[in-house]
Structures are given as C-alpha cells and as structure tokens.
Design a protein around this ligand. Structure first.
Ligand code: URA
Length: 203
C-alpha cells in the first residue's frame, strides 16, 4: 500500500496517473482483467462520479459505465441536465473483479491511493459516490448505502474540502427499480447544489 501511495503521489497529471496505474502490479485484479478502466468524461469537470468496479462490458472497452448500468447512469445525468462531457467518471477499483464480484476490502484499500489522487487531480467541486463500496472507500462511512444515500459529506483531499453526496448505484437500481424514486430525490438535491455553484444545464 505504501508503494501504491508513493506511486500515485508521484503522478502530477491524470495522464501520468493513468500511466502509473497501467504499470502498477500491486493489485491482483490486474492479472485477470482485460483492460485498465481508468476514466470517462472530461478531466477537470466540476462534477466527478465514482463507482465501484468495471463490469464485463467496461473491461472489454476499457471505459467505465458503458454497459447497462452506464445506460441508466446516462439517464440519471440527463434528468439533471448533465451528460458525459459535463462530468468525470471513475471507479474505486480500475480492474474488473472476476465474475463482477464486489472488490474485497483489501483490493479497495490497495487501489485507494490511486482514486484519491485521481480526485485530487480532477479537482471537482462536487463528488458523487455511486453505491456502498464507493461511499465506504471514500467517505469512511460504515453504514450501508440505504442509510447514507442523500447525505452530504465533506471529502478532504488534504488541500481542499469537496462536497460529496452518496447515492444509489445504477446496477442496484436495475435490480430494484422501485428504489429509483430515492435516487431521483438525491439527483434533485445534487441539482440544487449545482445550481447554487453555477454548474450549467446542458440543452
Ligand atoms: N459499475 C461500476 O461501478 N462501474 C462501472 O464502470 C460499471 C459498472
């Protein structure tokens, strides 16, 4: 984990961080994954979303949220006037866990310095954690997502504090569509903050 932190810190741009991750051999998930899934969207966007880990389609394409969850995520963004170009998207773990299992706490811990550095280098004004593992890894919460969703946290990079919202993961919403009303409530709260800080609607 020390090597991961030193490696992540040494990267001074998102492109360098991607290269550092591509060369990093400290996480066993890399051996079974087809591709590194680093990010999508716009580096430096004011809104950054962080999911859990790549799935099958993401692993094949090397891009986050391009499968069914990604299609729902696009609809969630559209509901509040955002699209891929107005956000930056990454995951707490950048390689697909075999069979799409949840990353182990150890895997998440090994990769955490990289996602922390990715957040620092993107430097968004608002961070959105999609699902429990993301909220637990980044916000230090121990409770489940159904208790933390809709709540705002302060995410501290060490240099600045970023407002952070936890919400439900689109993959969960695909399994539990009745919970979408909770997610949409969170999206409205997000939109309100974006309006306050002047993040424009897309047409
Ligand atoms: N689920 C995630 O958490 N991340 C992805 O990139 C795709 C699905």
């Amino acid at each position: 984990a020390l090597a991961a932190r030193a490696t992540a810190r040494a990267a001074t741009s998102l492109e360098e961080l991607r290269e550092a991750l591509a060369a990093f051999d400290g996480c066993a998930l890399k051996a079974t994954a087809k591709n590194l899934v680093f990010a999508d969207g716009t580096p430096g966007a004011r809104v950054m979303l962080v999911g859990e880990a790549p799935g099958r389609e993401e692993d094949i394409q090397g891009k986050p949220f391009v499968g069914r969850s990604g299609q729902l995520l696009d609809r969630m963004l559209a509901a509040i006037g955002l699209d891929r170009s107005s956000v930056y998207i990454a995951n707490i773990v950048p390689w697909r866990p075999p069979g799409n299992r949840t990353p182990t706490p150890q895997e998440a811990a090994i990769c955490r310095p990289f996602i922390e550095r990715q957040i620092e280098l993107c430097d968004p004004d608002v961070l959105v954690c999609l699902g429990g593992p993301s909220a637990q890894a980044l916000l230090g919460v121990r409770e489940g997502i159904l208790r933390t969703r809709g709540k705002w946290f302060d995410y501290d990079t060490g240099r600045r504090t970023i407002r952070a919202l936890a919400t439900l993961h689109p993959a969960y919403l695909l399994r539990q569509p009745a919970q979408k009303r909770l997610a949409w409530r969170d999206l409205r709260a997000l939109r309100k903050v974006l309006d306050e800080i002047g993040v424009a609607l897309r047409s």
